[in-house]
Ligand binder design. Structure first.
Ligand code: NAG
Ligand code: NAG
Ligand code: NAG
Ligand code: NAG
Ligand code: NAG
Ligand code: NAG
Length: 466
């Protein structure tokens, strides 16, 4: 019997448009499966196959049909899956060319589908078929040419929907239909096509008590929507890539009281040349993303962000290590400073950052790092120094002494530098190489040997003492 199964499958393949999958996944060249997933992504398919699965005793929880060539999802498109789904199902049909979803498309799975990814397709609205999904919690429709939202559909899914992501590039006014989503936890909006969100339009969104995460990015917003300040449960806010006009330290002063729950804030790519007083409005912030702005220095009169864990300042224009971080962010663990204009790191720069674990300084014109620059950073596990102008291995490596982390090494990235290995590296003669991992085993510019080997065979052999 066992040997007959593949033969049978071939017969089926020629007779019906579907194919057989057994739990071992030996059959069915188009899709693969694991015990709970069917993966048909990237196969040039123009429809959903009809599934017949042998010997299966676990419930399918994911059908991935992304990156295919589907234009129409027909009535009963997924019905054949019904036999193999006993609890919840996620369907991913993102990145196709879907312009039509017929009304009966989800027949048989109406109370199984919890996540539906329709992003990157050709839909002009959220299809009526979606209204039949009585348990849907996550709907992704971003990057579709949506021109209108249907109150009927949104009011139906509003009973269960928790997360939605949508592109609103064809909307000049806030679509009030979104207010039907009264159980929303996470709202992600890209490309809203208006410089302003009117308080009166947005008011209902701010009344959704469960809403904890908002992204309003890649829009031409000129003003921070002040009603956001009324959202008492918001813990994550992303306002990246907008066109704010008033880019001052007082940017958030439109909020009259602190928003205590906020933990995560992204202001990526907003053309700010000062850092707003974020600690004053968001006193409990833990993650701040301020990458791709125009900071040249950090103002030292800002309210401390005493719980900040990670700070992304990549792709700014800082010319000096911001010494004010000492008092501004005393709990910092992860600091991104890639691609700024830092030339040197002096011995005092990082003295108060005792919790710092990861420091990314790549792509700076760094020439000099003080010999004791890291002596108080006793938690530093990652130091990234690729693509700088360092001409020697910084003596400061010898100043790193990890505390309470006996079983951890420090990872150092020195790739893509022009390091001349010579007796300037004498300061590293006591470096405990067992405690360092050099990413990519970088080479000296000269002599042509690995930096680690040079330290081992020349520096540690005391050749330089004479
Ligand atoms: C996608 O379908 C179109 C016709 O609708 C066809 O011309 C094209 O070759 C197909 N692409 C792939 C990758 O199968
Ligand atoms: C499912 O089938 C596999 C292989 O036939 C078997 O090893 C496993 O014990 C079965 N699991 C259950 C829950 O029946
Ligand atoms: C839905 O949003 C919430 C709040 O942001 C998040 O914690 C959760 O992981 C999201 N669920 C899914 C399935 O993405
Ligand atoms: C900051 O935001 C940018 C753009 O969204 C993202 O690519 C980057 O990974 C974020 N940084 C961190 C540390 O998450
Ligand atoms: C570095 O930052 C500049 C702006 O300061 C930006 O134009 C450039 O694309 C960034 N380079 C990389 C590799 O991210
Ligand atoms: C630390 O690096 C050494 C080699 O330098 C390696 O033998 C050891 O396994 C590493 N320890 C950890 C915890 O990664």
């Amino acid at each position: 019997m066992r040997f007959l199964v593949p033969t049978l499958a071939l017969v089926h393949l020629t007779v019906v448009t579907g194919f057989l999958l057994d739990h071992t996944c030996l059959i069915g060249t188009t899709c693969t499966c694991t015990s709970t997933e069917i993966l048909c992504n990237n196969q040039g398919l123009d429809n959903v196959p009809s599934f017949k699965i042998n010997g299966r005793n676990t419930s399918i929880d994911l059908l991935d049909m992304s990156a295919n060539n589907i234009t129409v999802l027909t009535t009963n498109a997924f019905t054949s899956l019904g036999a193999y789904v006993t609890s919840s199902l996620r369907i991913d049909v993102s990145d196709n060319k879907i312009r039509v979803i017929e009304d009966g498309c989800f027949n048989g799975l109406e109370d199984m589908i919890v996540t539906l990814d329709l992003s990157h397709n050709n839909l002009q609205g959220i299809p009526t078929a979606v209204a039949s999904l009585s348990k849907i919690r996550v709907l992704k429709v971003e990057f579709n040419p949506i021109i209108a939202l249907d109150s009927f559909v949104l009011s139906r899914i509003g009973n269960t929907l928790e997360n939605i992501s949508i592109t609103l590039d064809r909307f000049k006014r806030w679509p009030n239909e979104l207010h039907f989503l009264f159980k929303l936890k996470e709202l992600t909006v890209y490309n809203f096509n208006s410089p302003i969100i009117r308080n009166s339009d947005f008011h209902y969104i701010t009344q959704i008590l469960s809403l904890s995460s908002i992204e309003l990015s890649h829009s031409p917003l000129e003003e921070f929507p002040g009603t956001i300040c009324d959202m008492s449960n918001l813990n994550s806010l992303n306002i990246a890539n907008n066109a704010f006009v008033d880019r001052t330290v007082e940017f958030f002063s439109i909020c009259h009281a602190p928003l205590n729950p906020i933990r995560t804030l992204s202001m990526h790519s907003n053309n700010f040349d000062v850092l707003p007083d974020i600690g004053k409005i968001f006193p409990n912030i833990e993650h701040l993303n301020f990458s791709d702005n125009n900071l040249r220095y950090l103002n030292n009169e800002l309210t401390a962000m005493s719980r900040l864990i990670s700070l992304d300042l990549n792709n700014n224009r800082l010319a000096h290590f911001p010494s004010t971080l000492d008092t501004l962010t005393p709990s910092l663990q992860v600091l991104y400073l890639r691609n700024n204009s830092l030339i040197d790191i002096d011995n005092k720069a990082l003295t108060s950052l005792a919790s710092l674990q990861m420091l990314f300084l790549d792509m700076n014109p760094l020439e000099y790092i003080g010999a004791n620059a890291f002596h108080t950073n006793t938690a530093l596990k990652t130091l990234s120094l690729s693509s700088t102008r360092l001409s020697t291995v910084p003596c400061a490596l010898a100043s790193i002494t990890l505390q309470n982390v006996a079983y951890t090494n420090t990872t150092v990235d020195l790739t893509n530098n022009n390091i001349d290995c010579d007796c300037k590296m004498k300061c590293l003669s006591n470096l405990n190489l067992q405690k360092f991992e050099f990413v990519g085993n970088p080479e000296c510019a000269q002599p042509s040997t690995a930096i680690v080997d040079f330290i081992q065979t020349i520096i540690k052999a005391s050749v330089c003492h004479t």
